[in-house]
Design a binder for this molecule. Structure first.
Ligand code: UDP
Length: 404
């Protein structure tokens, strides 16, 4: 069933995915949703906009409603102090240093408590995302299972921070991590499943050539040379400096334009600083754009000769799946969730260094046949493994496991 944009109720239904995932998968999902009808579900994270978690929750909460569960989405609020602390925690969970003083821990716990007071979380299933709202479980009046869904790469957390957070995690009934490498020693069950994309969103839906051209012209992006593109929050884990260095090497052999498109998330106070650092490299062949324009993301991911996602840590990396869905070859950092999306040499390339990244850019730019092959396989990978129906189904399995 195709989604009709003029439909008066334009919400995407599971049935709309039939053309991508087949009738059997749709039937199976509806079957799994049946025992959960009218269940009240809440997802809680720390921002309604910016970054992969907001990107995921936006369509996931609607799709879960469409299969019969009353699903809400709440974002916790806090002062800049709070988000400075939680950003440091986020970095430290991925291995950076942290000095969590008792005062900072108090601010963290108090702000979370205030959010617990404001949000009555008496739902049948509660899913708390990432470290920002984690301690809210302490103030819950559990009506059903609570799940901690951690999106970051937990393989090497800073030990003192993990020792502090672990007792909160163990008050949950289960945790969901993106891949098995992130498993920790915990007294609660750990389930593994990766995020996915919404093929009907403005970011991922098909776009006509004319629409693509219009977006690129609007932002004055030159298209006379092949485009190398990275779309990412301005964050040092995304290694924008490394991307610039790789592009500088690559352009000596293959002239090309680099576009770094980024945005800021309201829960990420470091974005502005990283943006200003990257801006220093700007020239007529290196565009650094900070725009809130979802159709531009779509246009760039489609028009790019190659998309780079040279992350140094990456819980999953939605931008990788987004570009792959559009049939664009992706060169990704050989880390975290990117390794589970790209099979090196088959549907894209994985790289460990700036030199490797530069060499792969040149190779892909020189070889249209290779580009086509990688892109075709990349699209197939996402169709089979990274569309939102698969993600929804894994949540249904998890919710059903608690019914048994
Ligand atoms: N994004 C965007 N505009 C930008 C930069 C990023 O819309 O300028 C989106 C991107 O398309 C993706 C999400 O933000 O959907 C980032 O998710 P990802 O998992 O790649 O990284 P995170 O920001 O969660 O670390």
């Amino acid at each position: 069933m195709a989604k009709n944009p003029r439909d008066p109720s334009p919400l995407v239904q599971v049935e709309h995915y039939e053309r991508y995932v087949g009738a059997e998968a749709v039937e199976r999902i509806l079957e799994k949703a049946r025992p959960l009808q009218d269940l009240r579900v809440a997802h809680v994270n720390s921002t309604y906009y910016g970054g992969g978690v907001a990107e995921l929750l936006s369509p996931l909460t609607l799709l879960t409603n469409s299969v019969g569960m009353a699903t809400e989405w709440r974002a916790i609020q806090g002062p800049p102090d709070f988000f400075n602390i939680t950003k440091k925690m986020h970095n430290a969970l991925q291995g950076a240093d942290i000095h969590l003083t008792p005062m900072k821990a108090t601010i963290y716990e108090e702000v979370v408590y205030e959010n617990a007071v404001r949000n009555r979380l008496d739902h049948d299933r509660v899913v708390i995302h990432d470290p920002q709202p984690l301690p809210i479980v302490r103030h819950s009046r559990k009506r059903g299972p609570w799940i901690w869904r951690c999106h970051v790469d937990l393989s090497h957390p800073e030990p003192s921070l993990w020792a502090y957070l672990k007792p909160f995690v163990e008050q949950y009934d289960a945790t969901v991590l993106s891949v098995p490498e992130y498993a920790r020693e915990l007294s609660v069950p750990q389930v593994f499943f990766m995020p996915a994309i919404d093929p009907f969103s403005i970011k991922n839906r098909e776009m006509h050539e004319a629409e693509i051209e219009e977006r690129l012209r609007h932002h004055r992006i030159p298209t006379d040379l092949p485009l190398v593109v990275q779309v990412s929050r301005f964050d040092r884990w995304k290694d924008p400096e490394g991307v610039v260095a790789a592009w500088r090497l690559a352009r000596k052999e293959m002239p090309c334009t680099l576009v770094l498109l980024g945005n800021m998330a309201s829960d990420d106070p470091e974005g502005q600083k990283v943006y200003e650092q990257v801006m220093r490299h700007k020239d007529e062949r290196l565009m650094v754009l900070s725009r809130e324009d979802t159709a531009l993301v779509n246009a760039l991911q489609r028009r790019a000769a190659v998309v780079v996602q040279k992350s140094l840590r990456e819980g999953f990396g939605l931008t990788v799946a987004e570009a792959m869905w559009k049939g664009t070859p992706v060169i990704g950092g050989n880390v975290g969730g990117i390794r589970h999306q790209i099979e090196d040499g088959h549907n894209g390339f994985l790289v460990d260094t700036v030199d490797q990244c530069a060499a792969r850019i040149v190779q892909v730019l020189r070889n249209p046949r290779l580009r086509h092959q990688l892109g075709h396989r990349a699209h197939e990978t996402v169709r089979r493994r990274f569309l939102l129906t698969r993600y929804l189904e894994q949540y249904l399995d998890l919710f059903n496991a608690f019914e048994a």
